[in-house]
Design a binder for this molecule. Structure first.
Ligand SMILES: NC(=O)c1ccc[n+]([C@@H]2O[C@H](COP(=O)([O-])OP(=O)(O)OC[C@H]3O[C@@H](n4cnc5c(N)ncnc54)[C@H](O)[C@@H]3O)[C@@H](O)[C@H]2O)c1
Length: 326
């Protein structure tokens, strides 16, 4: 088999490409490098620079590399940006997916994995979110992921493509410093950024109905997430049919305050956090049930939150030599 990984030069995509390459899967990456970094990929993995919105290019790449399965990670992923530019998010995340699925169907490819997100759930009032928890996304970004899932399943049924949608929870950490997330959109890099600039970390709201009043999230190490992709492509390659939609999380909640304390321990910077007003749209608690992933993929997370923070900090220091205690 040969797998096309779209967005494979991105933070998560590069981890997935490397994990699949290390497991002797043949892979080729397509990335427009709008956020990707070619140096994250080893030379053994071919990188085609181009957009998943370019149908002709897709058809050429699928044919030239004799692709037999696709892992689609390429997307825009910033919630705030999606609120400001909803049409762009629908065009790129949904339109791009439709273009790709057309090319996949035309090429007779029968295996497809889609990068979805816990953002599809919105703000459910449950202790553990299962895959049956109703979806009610709270941003255009989350909507594009939910619409994307519907499109993937519909195209799968129409064209006989076996599909898997992985709903990632909060991704953090790095398998090596050079693979770290260079964006400052998630909580761990956001706190590192504040500390590096000599500013106090911010906690948005401490009056939620949670044990310490701050929001509770489920953090997943990106290397565990890459292993989940490997398990999913093996399932697809093994002849699975139909569709599977599954949460990828640890099944354990960590409060923002506890995470910020852990970051202080790891970085050695104990600047106290400041509490600011709640941000609109933040769910008090979003923790995955990880049971289905274990049952269907034989996968579960092995790395803890400290390992995520420590590895992310090593990556942050590599990219920000000015970082304190660097
Ligand atoms: N990081 C998270 O916490 C998280 C959580 C849930 C879901 N996801 C999803 O995981 C996927 C990867 O996210 P990431 O954190 O690695 O982001 P990222 O921005 O690092 O990676 C996305 C990659 O896709 C590329 N890309 C974007 N648009 C493209 C296009 N039209 N054609 C070709 N390449 C394109 C970018 O250059 C980049 O390399 C996305 O689909 C995202 O929505 C991420």
């Amino acid at each position: 088999m040969t797998w096309l990984i779209t967005g494979g030069a991105g933070y998560i995509g590069a981890h997935v490409a490397r994990a699949m390459g290390a497991a002797d899967e043949r892979v080729v990456v397509l990335d427009d490098l709008s956020a990707g970094v070619p140096g994250r990929l080893p030379e053994s993995i071919p990188l085609v620079r181009g957009s998943a919105l370019d149908g002709d290019l897709l058809k050429r790449v699928l044919a030239e590399h004799a692709v037999t399965g696709v892992v689609h990670l390429a997307a825009r992923k910033q919630v705030g940006e999606s609120v400001a530019q909803p049409t762009r998010y629908y065009q790129e995340n949904v339109g791009g997916l439709a273009t790709l699925l057309d090319a996949v169907a035309e090429a007779g490819i029968e295996r497809f994995l889609f990068s979805s997100s816990a953002a599809v759930y919105g703000n459910p009032d449950v202790d553990l979110i299962t895959e049956d928890t109703p979806c009610a996304p709270m941003s255009p970004y989350g909507e594009t992921k939910l619409t994307g899932e519907w499109l993937v399943r519909a195209a799968g049924r129409a064209h006989g493509i076996a599909t898997v949608c992985l709903r990632y929870f909060n991704v953090a950490g790095a398998a090596g410093p050079e693979l770290a997330d260079t964006g400052i959109f998630n909580i761990v890099p956001m706190v590192f950024d504040r500390l590096t600039r000599g500013e106090a970390p911010r906690i948005f709201g401490d009056d939620y109905p949670t044990p310490d009043g701050t929001c509770v999230r489920d953090y997943i190490h990106v290397a565990d997430l890459a292993d989940a992709h490997l398990a999913a492509v093996r399932r697809l390659a093994g002849g699975a049919t139909g569709d599977l939609t599954v949460n990828i999380g640890r099944g354990e909640g960590v409060s923002v305050r506890d995470l910020v304390s852990l970051i202080a321990e790891v970085t050695g910077d104990t600047t106290p956090a400041v509490v600011e007003p709640r941000r609109p749209g933040d769910a008090p608690r979003a923790v995955a049930s990880a049971a289905l992933a274990e049952r269907e993929l034989g996968w579960r997370a092995r790395r803890g939150v400290r390992e995520m923070v420590e590895s992310a900090w090593r990556g942050w220091q590599l990219h920000h030599p000015e970082a304190i205690h660097g």
